[in-house]
Write a protein that binds this ligand. Sequence first.
Ligand SMILES: C[S@@+](CC[C@H](N)C(=O)[O-])C[C@H]1O[C@@H](n2cnc3c(N)ncnc32)[C@H](O)[C@@H]1O
Length: 377
Amino acid sequence: MKVCETALGRFALQRLPVSRDETLRAWDAADELLLAYVAAELLPSFTRRAEQKILLVNDQFGALAVALHKYAPQSWSDSFLTYKATQMNLALNKLPDSVAYLPSTEEPQGDFDGVLLKVPKSLALLEDQLIRLKPHLLPQTRIIAAGMTRHIHTSTLQLFEKILGSTATSLARKKARLIFTRYEKTEPQPSPYPTSFYDKTWDIHLSNQAGVFAREKLDIGARFMLEQFQHLPQARQVIDLGCGNGVLGLVAQRQQPQAQLLFVDESYMAVASARENYQQAFGHQLADFVVGDILDGLQKKAVDLILCNPPFHQQHVIDDQVAWEMFRQSHQQLAAGGELWVVGNRHLHYHSKLKRLFGRCQQIASHKKFVVLAATR
Ligand SMILES: C[S@@+](CC[C@H](N)C(=O)[O-])C[C@H]1O[C@@H](n2cnc3c(N)ncnc32)[C@H](O)[C@@H]1O
């Protein structure tokens, strides 16, 4: 556990999954810069603390919510981990949970005095969030965004300008920067998301909300995995773990209509898209859809098959801990003889780790970039 020194106090903060890597923290210099500005400029401008409404957007592990807990902020995020980590970090600091959590698939509640936004990795998600935020802003709303300088591009600033109003940036400090936007009332515009594409090879239409992985075309890893589906074992209970738009589970369901599918992702938008795509493909809702952290809290069933194209970064940080945690929890969830199918970049060396964990791990296919592996419980 590490201690975050902010202008609003010292707080213990942890990432999720709890990190073994000492260099990874649950906050970054952009959080520190934002909280310093909030303490010096924003909070003193609030006259009636109890009534001021603050909205936090993309507060990854809850650093902002913990520091601002006295203001009972709303926390709007596409990540279930934001919700789980914020609760964990509030408890870690023995603070009451005063935060109102809002999934990205719902709209923020009411007008806001202050909006504090961490710039997300996906520009599409930022665009969607700014458009949907607009009806909840007042001319006096203070809108302050923060990010690491290398993640704030001209295109990022143009989105703020185009959707909300005139925008300026602060000087950089510890390689982080603030973005200040003055809201100018103009006609609200509809969000262009979800968008959809048709994949000819797999004859499949996929609708994708703004925050979904591989929103514009099939991921090449997923495509390579699908090419191996002729070798899938027959299964009754199947989990699409980290389902994104649900493409792996959808094709598996088409191939094995008798199978009971469960789609899981920590992104609210991903699960909503997978559900929509399943409905479009099959016209009925026999599968289950869960927003959650890997398989945490799921009732133990005899699962025969888990399909997984694991993430290799969390927002801007390259990190394979989520992947390892997915493999570990899959091992616990599978019935004896059940299989975990994984696609991954060859250089990530999933094979040796899976072999250590499962005992049996077979390479189903490989090409110059990817491998598809099947680990048997
Ligand atoms: C590489 S994408 C794969 C998406 C989809 N299966 C595909 O092949 O196109 C990895 C997915 O894992 C999800 N993910 C990341 N961390 C997760 C967690 N802790 N629990 C569940 N899903 C997670 C991401 O939101 C993302 O949709």
